[in-house]
Ligand binder design. Structure first.
Ligand code: GLA
Length: 403
């Protein structure tokens, strides 16, 4: 009888576990926006830096533009204690993580942290393998709102199992946390992660060049164009609460202003998460203007949540990308990948755009749209006339068609 009761209890726990284990719903209904330490600071993170960056998000106007999450990436970690709980590096974070999270919250922002499914992070710090539930409890206690979860040192791990375990641990700890999978697209997370996390990396690490590959031996990092081109046919997997993530932004980190503008525009067209990665304390005015362009942000954050698609491939190095928007408007982005400036002459009447994912169509013979240039803010007339323009090398013309 005793054995029977114990078996029933175990069964109930298992059933309730599988019924109630889920990701937190209602989060990241538009692509998450914020700042992450990795691209500029790598392992050089400490509490003073994170506070300064928090202040800069507010003073630069980025907070008002929608940037919300301040994320410490790798290397904040110290040791695990005798019970296995993780603690921050005592030299770099002497006040502890909760005090830092409280500071970020006091500015009306949210706080993100980083860990890894393997036993060590990519930077060699303690990973969460075998400590998932303990770490989730610590994150909840500290006031974490966002977890980026990496995939280094994963020998013997199954990605679906490892990420689902952390999802369940976060859910059990009870604090709603955006779960950002950083598995680089290795095992096609777009096919399985919709119910596991809120965004998933689709590529390896980005780097600050327009179109290059940097070979690190066993892996490469990718410039903007290569990152865009690496994965094809996965836009149907993105939507409110579950986004394809082409990695954090390189805006303001050394590319030209044209390239920054093209990069930012394309991330918006792709409904990508927008995590700035530059040093916000000494941003040039032009960089702030790119990151806070409200019209481009509105395309990224559009509540329909449809990832844009390529409409025209490569006419003289110019690609045409389109994105249907909630109110029947469309964003159109002409991306000049070539080394020269290029002229475009776009005859709307001859272009019938049909998106078989969202089932939206753009037929300018039926509906006339007015055209707004989202960078110069100029009115470019209507779709009754051809759109004729010249686009500088490595730049875009990004417009919104308005009914
Ligand atoms: C991996 C991730 C990066 C960053 C580093 C940290 O390379 O893809 O985004 O988090 O690890 O070590």
């Amino acid at each position: 009888m005793k054995y029977y009761c114990a078996a029933m209890l175990a069964g109930l726990v298992l059933i309730s576990g599988s019924l109630y284990a889920q990701k937190f719903e209602g989060l990241a209904l538009t692509p998450p926006m914020g700042w992450n330490s990795w691209n500029t600071f790598a392992c050089n993170v400490d509490e003073a830096l994170i506070r300064e960056m928090t202040d800069a998000v507010v003073s630069s106007g980025m907070k008002d533009a929608g940037y919300t999450y301040i994320v410490i990436d790798d290397c904040w970690h110290g040791q695990r204690d005798s019970l296995g709980f993780i603690h921050p590096d005592p030299q770099r974070f002497p006040s502890g993580i909760k005090v830092l999270a409280d500071y970020i919250h006091s500015k009306g922002l949210k706080f993100g942290i980083y860990s890894c499914a393997g036993d060590k992070t990519c930077g060699g710090r303690p990973g969460s393998r075998g400590h998932e539930y303990q770490d989730a409890i610590s994150y909840a206690q500290w006031g974490v709102d966002y977890l980026k979860y990496d995939w280094c040192n994963n020998t013997g791990l199954n990605s679906v199992g490892a990420y689902t375990t952390m999802r369940d641990a976060l859910y059990a700890a009870g604090r709603p946390i955006v779960f950002s999978l950083c598995e680089w697209g290795d095992t096609k997370p777009w096919e399985w992660a919709k119910d596991v996390g809120h965004l998933w990396r689709i590529t390896g690490d980005i780097t600050d060049c327009f179109d290059c590959e940097v070979n690190h031996g066993s892996w490469s990092s990718w410039g903007i164009i290569k990152t865009i081109e690496l994965r094809k046919g996965i836009r149907q997997y993105a939507g409110p609460g579950h986004w394809n993530d082409p990695d954090m932004m390189e805006v303001g980190r050394g590319m030209t202003l044209n390239e920054d503008r093209a990069h930012f525009s394309m991330w918006a067209m792709l409904a990508a998460p927008l995590m700035a990665g530059n040093d916000l304390r000494n941003m040039k005015k032009e960089v702030t203007e790119v990151l806070t362009n409200k019209d481009v942000l509105a395309v990224d954050q559009d509540s329909l949540g449809v990832q844009g698609l390529k409409f025209n491939d490569n006419e003289n190095g110019v690609e045409t990308w389109v994105k249907p928007l909630k109110n029947g408007d469309w964003a159109i982005c002409f991306l000049n990948k070539s080394e020269q400036k290029q002229k475009i002459d776009f005859d709307w009447a001859k272009k019938y755009i049909a998106d078989d994912i969202s089932k939206k169509t753009l037929n300018t013979n039926k509906t006339t749209y007015s055209i707004k240039d989202l960078w110069t803010k100029k009115n470019l007339g209507s779709t009754k006339k051809n759109l004729i323009a010249e686009i500088p090398s490595h730049d875009v013309l990004m417009v919104r068609l308005m009914k």
